[in-house]
Design a protein around this ligand. Structure first.
Ligand code: EPZ
Length: 420
């Protein structure tokens, strides 16, 4: 199993190209099931999760070809199967989003209940309620969802009881070719929702209001092929920005969409970090003294993203003062806290809150990655720590960060992968 070895204490200087967003790419890939024409995705990140999704799509009959320069061509001329087995769904929750497109295209599907990072219970009740509202009959049997919509899906009005990114995306994928008009109230507003709506619209869908709490979808009878560029990854952007804040230095995050991280920029500025949005991307710099402690609470977009909470906690571990980190999206997302403590952080967790008492410096140690964002928070801490840090179980990291060691080394970090 691979490990990552870091010799910390080097400031980061240089340029980091930002990849396409994993969490957008996965749902865009599912959209390929909705058309018999090719869907070409540009700026596709090469990740374990996107490969995993491609395996599932291949099983369903989608031909996938990777082309140079981050291009993925997906073609579902006909469907080979409407069955998504446990082995192909269990590792990653986003695979569950094939259910709606399969129902829309074939009128039936059998899809395993999903797995994913162990950060909370993560049910799919909102996804299933949305599909039922569109007229699907749904049964749960032996860990599988068995769904049918013999007469096709019908447009419907849905009001989500709370904001869910995945359920909003699933509803969009299902409503695009449903018969009639759908409205989604209390919809998620994340940039990934806008990206999916833009791609579906380019394919011929009629979606308006994406990025606001109310989305309207006028169902169309068919969708066609298109080329679409995946939105820049705001979580990768935020992670590197936090890494620069933690180590000091100055980095240009090339291609980053500054407007997608405003909650993070305002916290970083309060902590004493310089952030400048330019046409090229976002420049982040910190010179001299330690960051100031600031409190953070995770919220749906445009609030502070839960996917940056672990990294921000790593930054606060060496800040001047006490920071309260509150997690409101997932119930079990503090698994990085005891690992950060191994590096010398002073963190106490009380339910949904972690109290981080900043220490002057961290010291390298052996640590264990528990989930994707937790593992990168250990890398951030290791980059700032004195001496050697070894991060075990880096397969978590490979799910969502493209060429992480390469991008950081190019900015002066001493980081390497060790394969055993
Ligand atoms: C997406 O997960 C992301 N994953 C997550 O990123 C991200 O943390 C999350 O959105 C929030 O931004 C992908 O896009 C693949 P939700 P998703 O539905 O869609 C509860 C990462 O590290 N809920 O917005 O699963 C749920 O348990 C990952 O890249 C229900 O109760 O998140 C959670 O508490 C981790 N029933 C809350 O809603 C449902 O049917 C928000 O989850 C659906 C969700």
């Amino acid at each position: 199993m691979d490990k990552i070895k870091i010799f910390g204490g080097e400031p980061l200087h240089g340029r980091i190209p930002i990849s396409g967003a994993k969490n957008s790419a996965l749902k865009l890939m599912a959209a390929a099931l909705l058309t018999d024409e090719p869907l070409v995705l540009e700026r596709m990140p090469r990740l374990a999760d996107t490969r995993f999704m491609a395996h599932l799509l291949a099983h369903l009959g989608v031909e996938a070809h990777e082309e140079p320069g981050g291009v993925l061509r997906l073609h579902a001329a006909t469907l080979a199967s409407t069955f998504a087995p446990y082995e192909l769904v269990r590792k990653m929750r986003a695979t569950f989003n094939v259910l709606g497109p399969l129902l829309a295209r074939a009128g039936k599907a059998k899809v395993s209940l999903p797995g994913g990072c162990a950060i909370g219970a993560r049910p799919v009740d909102l996804h299933l309620k949305a599909l039922e509202a569109f007229g699907a009959a749904i049964d749960l049997e032996d860990g599988y969802v068995i769904a049918s919509a013999a007469g096709g899906l019908k447009g419907a009005s849905i009001s989500f009881p709370f904001v869910s990114v995945g359920a909003t995306e699933h509803a969009l994928l299902a409503a695009a070719t449903a018969d009639g008009v759908s409205t989604l109230d209390n919809a998620a507003r994340e940039p990934e929702i806008i990206d999916l709506a833009d791609c579906l619209n380019a394919m011929g869908a009629r979606i308006s209001g994406a990025g606001t709490p109310t989305i309207r979808v006028e169902g169309v009878s068919r969708l066609g092929g298109v080329s679409h560029q995946v939105v820049a990854d705001r979580i990768e952007t935020g992670t590197f920005a936090i890494a620069v804040a933690a180590t000091g230095g100055e980095v240009m995050l090339e291609g980053a969409q500054g407007g997608h991280n405003t909650a993070l920029w305002s916290l970083l500025k309060s902590a004493g970090v310089a952030v400048e949005q330019t046409e090229e991307g976002v420049r982040v710099a910190r010179n001299g003294s330690r960051c100031q402690a600031v409190d953070v609470e995770t919220r749906p977009f445009p609030g502070f993203p839960t996917d940056l909470q672990a990294q921000f906690m790593a930054l606060m571990a060496t800040a001047n003062g006490v920071s309260v980190v509150r997690e409101t999206i997932f119930e079990n997302r503090f698994m990085h806290a005891p690992e950060l403590a191994r590096l010398g952080a002073d963190i106490s967790v009380h339910g949904h809150e972690a109290i981080v008492r900043g220490v002057p410096g961290l010291k390298g140690a052996q640590v264990m990655a528990t989930d994707l964002r937790a593992s990168v928070s250990l890398v951030v801490a290791g980059l700032a720590a004195e001496g050697e840090t070894v991060v075990h179980r880096v397969y978590h990291l490979d799910r969502g960060f493209e060429r992480l060691e390469e991008k950081l080394s190019a900015c002066g970090a001493r980081i390497e992968r060790v394969t055993e």
